[in-house]
Design a protein around this ligand. Structure first.
Ligand code: UDP
Length: 457
């Protein structure tokens, strides 16, 4: 038995990145590795949820104003600069003191600075990509897209197909509302380059879902690829642990118990997206007018300029007679697996998209930025498990789209597609399935990685 191996892992400190990294750590723990999680002080995970892991913090040098920015690109840029020396010092000390073999460092793709640190320490680096392979393929094509004039996106070309990346149109290309529009392009190009310099990329996806993108990426990146997802569906020792930075309001589960099968629209736009007060009111009225029951996550900070629900007309929920339920944060995986949930109105963050796929819940797609537009396009046009909220965010459109997905003619077909995809997401994890086999390869490849810090035991 090969033993005494310790893995160091580091997440990008955002909810949609922390969750898959902790799940990956749990998967590798279940394969016999000891785990150290390196994290920033900003958005640090709760060690109490993972008593079987060792947690080490590093200084991120972020001021309170910097840490409270909604500009995730700017934040990631700062972390890539300011964490470099602290990580190198921590790893150098840990490697010299650690009595176990440390075969590699596993870092989120967005933390591209970790490649330089690992090169200095002669420590192999594996990358965790928390997004889809299909959106990464778009990121890897950024220089080509710019060369061909698709980027930066021009309003006059939105409906044009991107010939190199079917079925995408120009309007589906990733954009980011950053204070510096060029910063997103540069960040993406840099993390793609550092993936090529890594010892391999681990994906929270599965071969059957994204075989075409994975095949192209194998050629483009020329490093080993390990699509071992969906992470959260592996049988994990610590599977009851919470990865949430916010406390989920579990009261919504008993409310769901009182609702009819497949009747509820679950509405959540993830941990970062924000909307205007006018958009919030259109959503509220559209939900009310649809006559379907709904569970809505209104995160504090979701509405620009509001603390929480102040813009909601007074008596809004009371007038619905129990048909609507609002929480600040939901236990999303549990919600999606509840039989009362019939549709998920989502911003198509990759975690949300994959969680919906795993539970066979059809989606109403309302992507906001970054990779979400690509995920939404695949959900609607490739996997055919979702419909787009068309045109602008307006109450009549909302009502129409909800009815289309809950009671319209297309319902049965979309539900059947969603059910079939759920089956595939489950089969790939079973013995002999694609993700099961890739995980075996990942574990044996980690054992055979040559790190200069390896210790013989
Ligand atoms: N999530 C949750 N409760 C909520 C809303 C979201 O637990 O009320 C979780 C969700 O299950 C997912 C993550 O937060 O794992 C959001 O990640 P995603 O990639 O979908 O979007 P992001 O927040 O990165 O935009």
């Amino acid at each position: 038995m090969e033993e005494n191996q310790r893995l160091f892992l580091m997440a990008s400190p955002l909810q949609g990145h922390i969750t898959p990294l902790l799940h990956l750590a749990d998967i590798l723990f279940s394969k016999g590795f000891s785990i150290t999680i390196v994290h920033t002080l900003f958005n640090s995970p709760d060690p109490a949820s993972y008593p079987h892991f060792d947690f080490r913090s590093i200084s991120d040098g972020l001021s309170q104003t910097e840490a409270s920015t909604l500009d995730a690109v700017h934040l990631t840029d700062l972390i890539n600069v300011r964490c470099r020396n602290p990580l190198r010092d921590l790893l150098a000390a840990a490697l010299s003191q650690c009595r176990q073999r440390v075969p590699c460092f596993i870092a989120d793709a967005a933390l591209h600075f970790t490649q330089t640190v690992c090169d200095e320490l002669k420590l192999p680096r594996l990358v965790l990509r928390t997004g889809a392979a299909s959106s990464f393929l778009v990121f890897a094509s950024f220089p080509l897209l710019r060369q061909k004039g698709y980027l930066p996106v021009q309003e006059s070309r939105l409906e044009e197909p991107v010939v190199d990346l079917p079925p995408l149109k120009v309007k589906d290309l990733p954009k980011f509302p950053s204070q510096d529009p060029e910063a997103f392009y540069k960040l993406v190009c840099r993390f793609v380059e550092e993936c090529k310099a890594s010892s391999g990329v681990i994906w929270n996806t599965f071969e059957e879902l994204e075989s075409s993108a994975l095949t192209k990426l194998r050629q483009d990146l020329s490093v080993p690829m390990y699509p071992i997802g969906p992470f959260h569906k592996h049988c994990l020792t610590g599977s009851t642990s919470s990865t949430s930075l916010l406390t989920p309001d579990k009261s919504c589960m008993s409310w769901l118990d009182t609702q009819e099968r497949r009747s509820v629209v679950y509405v959540s736009f993830g941990s970062i997206a924000a909307i205007s007060e006018a958009e919030f009111l259109e959503i509220a009225c559209g939900l009310a007018n649809s006559k379907q029951p709904f569970l809505w996550v209104v995160r504090p900070g979701l509405i620009h300029g509001s603390e929480w629900l102040e813009p909601l007309p007074s008596g809004f929920l009371e007038n619905l007679g129990g048909r609507g339920y609002i929480v600040k944060w939901a236990p999303q995986e549990q919600v999606l697996s509840h039989p009362a949930v019939g549709a998920f109105w989502t911003h198509n963050g990759w975690n949300s998209t994959l969680e919906s796929i795993c539970e066979g819940v059809p989606m109403i797609c309302m992507p906001c930025f970054a990779d979400q537009k690509v995920n939404a396009k695949y959900a609607s046009d490739v996997w055919k498990v979702g419909v787009h909220l068309q045109n602008k965010l307006e109450r009549g459109e909302v009502e129409k789209t909800i009815k289309k997905l809950m009671v319209g003619d297309e319902v049965n077909e979309i539900r059947e597609n969603a059910f079939n995809l759920k089956e595939k997401a489950s089969v790939c994890l079973k013995q002999g399935g694609s993700s099961y086999n890739f995980l075996d390869s990942l574990v044996s490849d980690i054992f055979s990685l040559e790190s200069s810090t390896s210790k013989a035991h």
